[in-house]
Ligand binder design. Structure first.
Ligand SMILES: [Zn+2]
Length: 225
């Protein structure tokens, strides 16, 4: 899955408002960030293959980042990082968000997700039905976006995310993209990091609005008293 994970993160944030949105974004997308990094290092593979189905334009071999065993290890590490080092009570939520990536990917991937490293590959294959896969991703991200407070950054976020994903699904792959795997992977990695940064700005603005509103309310209470 590409953008649906972000929608899931927004829904978690609605229930757990203590957790910074950018951390939720980073945790639900961590397995992909690790995958892109390992691909750039030559340890995993994601190479371009021509296909009419936009979801099949990647030949994937991701035994570490996208096996259930790998996902469990990374999720436990995230939990320990925030629980042991930072004493965060919500560390377990971040750990589960990290693990959620694998189970959400399971819905769409064809059997290329290993249970233990590269063996026992699974995937329910919604990507075989690209329009349904597209609708699922857009529904997840728009639903998640709708439940959170909006500001300028949130509108930039949804506009860029839906626009970029729609372009990816319905437009032809630019030749420079299909001919240069490393460039393609780097751009996708940078775009994901930009969305995480946008979540940081979105949150910052929400917090400053809350402080402003609290200040105005307190002045109002003072006057009426
Ligand atoms: Zn993934």
């Amino acid at each position: 899955m590409f953008i649906g994970h972000y929608g899931f993160a927004c829904m978690v944030r609605e229930k757990a408002s203590d957790i910074p949105l950018w951390l939720l974004f980073a945790s639900v997308q961590l397995l992909d960030i690790i995958a892109f990094t390992l691909v750039l290092l030559g340890i995993e593979k994601a190479s371009y293959v021509p296909s009419d189905n936009p979801f099949f334009r990647n030949c994937l071999d991701l035994p570490y980042s996208h096996s259930l065993s790998g996902a469990l290890i990374v999720s436990v590490l995230v939990f320990f990082l925030f629980w042991v080092l930072d004493k965060k009570s919500w560390a377990w939520i971040l750990g589960l968000c990290t693990l959620s990536h694998w189970f959400i990917d399971l819905i769409v991937h064809t059997p290329d997700l290993g249970i233990f490293l590269g063996s026992y590959k699974v995937g329910l294959g919604l990507w075989n039905y690209p329009i349904l896969a597209y609708i699922l991703e857009i529904t997840m991200v728009v639903t998640g976006w709708l439940v959170l407070k909006k500001n300028n950054y949130s509108f930039i976020f949804i506009f860029l995310m839906v626009g970029a994903f729609t372009g990816m699904v319905f437009a032809a792959e630019p030749p420079f993209f299909s001919e240069h795997d490393a460039l393609r992977t780097s751009i996708v990695l940078i775009v994901n990091l930009l969305f995480i940064f946008l979540a940081y700005l979105w949150d910052l603005k929400t917090i400053s609005n809350r402080i402003d509103t609290g200040y105005r309310d307190s002045r109002h209470v003072f006057k009426t008293d």
